[in-house]
Design a protein. Structure first.
Length: 125
C-alpha cells in the first residue's frame, strides 16, 4: 500500500478524505441495494456492504474504491433508469477516491504508513 502513495495527508485534507470515503461507501451500498431483487442478490448485497465497510474504515482503500467504481459502471450500463447521471457521478467519485487514497485517518495509514524508529541512546550501530 505504501508503494501506491508517498504520504497519507492529515489535517483538513485527511478529514476531507474521510468524508469522501464515507460518501463513496454510502452511495455504493444504497445504489446497489436499491436495484437488487429481493432474495436473488443477497450474496452480492453482502459483498457490496463489505466493500462499503472497508471503504468507510479506510482498509485497502484504492482497491475497494476501484471496485466500487466498477460496480457503479456496471449498474450504469445495465440499468435503464432515469438516474443515470447520479450513477455516473457516483462512479467518478469512486474513481477520485481510488486515486487520492485513504488519508491519515484510516486503517491503511496505521497498517502501511511510515513508521518512526527510535534508537535508544547508548546503542551504537
Amino acid at each position: 500500500m505504501q508503494r501506491l502513495f508517498s504520504f497519507f495527508p492529515a489535517g483538513m485534507a485527511g478529514a476531507a478524505l474521510v468524508v469522501l470515503r464515507f460518501v463513496v461507501a454510502i452511495v455504493i451500498i444504497v445504489e446497489t441495494c436499491k436495484r437488487s431483487i429481493v432474495g436473488a442478490a443477497v450474496p452480492i448485497d453482502a459483498f457490496v456492504v463489505l466493500v462499503g465497510l472497508c471503504l468507510f474504515l479506510g482498509f485497502l482503500t484504492p482497491y475497494c474504491a476501484a471496485l466500487s467504481c466498477l460496480i457503479e459502471l456496471i449498474l450504469l450500463m445495465s440499468s435503464a433508469v432515469p438516474d443515470r447521471f447520479e450513477l455516473a457521478m457516483a462512479a467518478s467519485t469512486a474513481a477520485v477516491a481510488a486515486v487520492l487514497g485513504p488519508g491519515a485517518y484510516s486503517l491503511d495509514a496505521r497498517l502501511f504508513g511510515r513508521k518512526l524508529i527510535k534508537i535508544p541512546p547508548g546503542r551504537n550501530l
